[in-house]
Write a protein that binds this ligand. Structure first.
Ligand SMILES: CC(C)(COP(=O)(O)OP(=O)(O)OC[C@H]1O[C@@H](n2cnc3c(N)ncnc32)[C@H](O)[C@@H]1OP(=O)(O)O)[C@@H](O)C(=O)NCCC(=O)NCCS
Length: 313
């Protein structure tokens, strides 16, 4: 076993980028240059952030990394712990705890009064992560999102697939066929009298492209009143990113035909996997996942969030 006393922590430097890359998620590796950068460059409307990190070293060998982000412009957002990793042969020696303590200190020095963290359950290390947070005085974790991953074969075997029908007078169309006039009309009508929650506004999700196979719009009596905008997440996989139907039409599972049609198109086109994540601020969607999707799919997970106040009193 490695002697724990030889391990030390120090602030991450930009020349550590290569050695630390394998110790964080691919989506955050571009931040290791420690330069201001969009948080997730492939996603729309990403804020510009800067990484702060702490490296654990056994002699010269980097064996652990805590990576956090802070807003690139002071005051425009909060600090968030993005990832925590310790090399398997160095685990259970207190290094993870030391990294979290050190990153808290780095953020406090920079004037942050709190730090947030969001993590996905279902992995073997989550018990250790939650233990570290709890021992270091972070808040009790709160459920933030529910997610599922499924094969399209699983999706077409759900009892609701193809069973619920559109309201009379409604028709589905490929989102790529949305006309400029229709797009403008959605925006104008929402500006005049808001009917679309901010996070489900279609222009937030299609601005950097969308999956043309499964992204759909819904017209009702000539007006565009719903959409499902999805994104490819690697070969054969699609994320169901945003789905919405005008409130007066969306009762009683009326959104299901959009899912059915998107799944049918993906299945026919030879896609293999779908993923679906919904924040708990949409309780109807969480219920939909729990009741209509989770029982039939291969993976159901949650993200949980926690926060620590770094300044007492
Ligand atoms: C999570 C992780 C960083 C913990 O690192 P670590 O150096 O082993 O953590 P520590 O030694 O400080 O252990 C912290 C606590 O968790 C406990 N613990 C460690 N591994 C555990 C495990 N597999 N199951 C249950 N408890 C565990 C320790 O006993 C310790 O508890 P204690 O303070 O009561 O003694 C490490 O397991 C890891 O890198 N996992 C893979 C990456 C990951 O999933 N990161 C989290 C999401 S980003």
């Amino acid at each position: 076993m490695t002697d724990r006393t030889v391990c030390t922590t120090r602030p991450l430097r930009s020349d550590d980028a290569a050695v630390s890359a394998a110790m964080t998620f691919p989506a955050y590796r571009h931040l290791l240059s420690l330069e201001p950068a969009p948080r997730l460059p492939d996603e729309p409307e990403q804020r510009v952030v800067q990484a702060v990190g702490v490296l654990a070293c056994d002699g010269d060998r980097p064996v652990g990394l805590a990576l956090a982000e802070i807003p690139a412009t002071p005051g425009e957002g909060s600090a968030e712990l993005l990832s925590l990793f310790v090399a398997p042969d160095h685990r259970r020696q207190g290094i993870g705890s030391a990294l979290v303590e050190a990153i808290e200190t780095e953020l406090r020095i920079r004037g942050f009064v709190a730090v947030d963290a969001t993590y996905t359950t279902g992995k073997p290390s989550i018990e250790a992560v939650e233990r570290i947070f709890s021992r270091r005085g972070w808040d009790a974790p709160v459920l933030r999102t529910v997610s599922v991953k499924f094969t399209l074969r699983e999706a077409v075997s759900t009892p609701w697939y193809g069973r619920v029908h559109l309201p009379k007078g409604a028709e589905l169309f490929p989102w790529r066929d949305l006309t400029a006039a229709e797009r403008a009309r959605i925006r104008e009508s929402n500006d005049q009298s808001p009917w679309i929650p901010n996070s489900l506004q279609p222009w937030r999700h299609d601005v950097k492209g969308f999956d043309p196979v499964s992204s759909l719009g819904l017209r009702y009596r000539g007006e565009v009143v719903g959409w499902m905008i999805n994104h490819q997440m690697g070969p054969g996989a699609v994320r169901f990113t945003c789905s919405f139907m005008r409130k007066d039409l969306s009762r009683r599972a009326r959104i299901l035909p959009l899912y059915s049609e998107a799944i049918r198109r993906l299945f026919v086109a030879g896609f293999e996997y779908g993923t679906f994540v919904t924040p708990t601020v949409y309780p109807e969607m969480v219920d939909f996942i729990r009741q209509h999707i989770a029982p039939y799919v291969s993976f159901t997970g949650e993200t949980r969030g926690t926060r620590k106040f770094l300044v007492q009193g």
